[in-house]
Write a protein that binds this ligand. Sequence first.
Ligand SMILES: *Cc1c(COP(=O)(O)O)cnc(C)c1O
Length: 356
Amino acid sequence: MIDLRSDTVTRPTPAMREAMARAEVGDDIFGDDPTVNALQQRMAALAGMEAALFMPSGTQSNFCALLAHCQRGDEYIVGQLAHTYRYEGGGAAVLGSIQPQPLAQDARGLMALADIAGAIKPDDPHFARSRLLCLENTWNGHVMPQRYLAEATALARSRGLACHLDGARVFNAAVAEAGPGGDIASALRGITRHFDSVSICCSKGLGAPVGSLLCGSRELITRAHRIRKMAGGGLRQVGLLAAAIDHALTHHLGRLHQDHALAARLADGLRGLPGLSVKSAETNIVFVDVADGRGPALLAHLAAQGILATGLIGLRFVTHQDVDAEGIDRTIAAVRAFVELHPAADAPTAAPRAPY
Ligand SMILES: *Cc1c(COP(=O)(O)O)cnc(C)c1O
């Protein structure tokens, strides 16, 4: 089985399971689980923030952040296709009475600065109070440019808004920015320094089974801690999970660049095939548009050969530590066979190579 549906499908390695088995634990509701306490400190230091809090999921982490930043009747400005708006069940609005102000995004996930400026409401009883700008990095595998991060967050701050980053895959962004052999931690802080809070998933490319960390000021994390409790996210011997994440930070962070290389290998292998439009990104996600509505047929063809991808918004292939070059080459061969078997009615010429 070659499972490219997501980087969340990774299984804990034997070494990770051993680290979990060895973990010293306590009761985190009493604050005395040493392993989760150490992990929270480690992640806060990595992100250059005062404090961090273990969260059962990225969704709950973003939820707690939004509720910690905003009161009832406040609003957050967010991309129309951002995870916190579109893919989290509307939790901030449903449970937090926080109004989203979604804005259009370009092909790389960026909201125009003029749109952000125009969406920030004056202090007037007609309007919800604009309180927070929420960005996402990486977005669909794209790394948000440093300059954009600086300009968008400076604009928000100049109008009195705080800034939250949904950094589910921010380590992938940091690895891409650090470049081969570069300093991932300093690249990470180069991103996080623009934000008041950052949510980081450890159950994706890092390969831990469960868990995200919300990082921010001590004050914000104290508020988020109360909301986590309310949401049922207070856990007991959570050091078992924290140990897996600690292991991943030590042993898996340094291999994320391999996922990026595999995604590039896949994109290169598929690019130019008739009827396919390959949108490669800089990290570990490759999107492919299939002409003539044959996406579902291609997915079924792949699944019959034990190759899994998703088709929610175009075909999506995600690389991770449980796939290798051989699996990627098998995937390319299987797609090629499909294209030869089922030529597109009106096969377009090869898609132009993306400029990034
Ligand atoms: C996966 C993801 C989340 C949510 O993480 P879960 O752990 O699945 O709840 C949030 N934002 C982005 C961008 C994600 O990719």
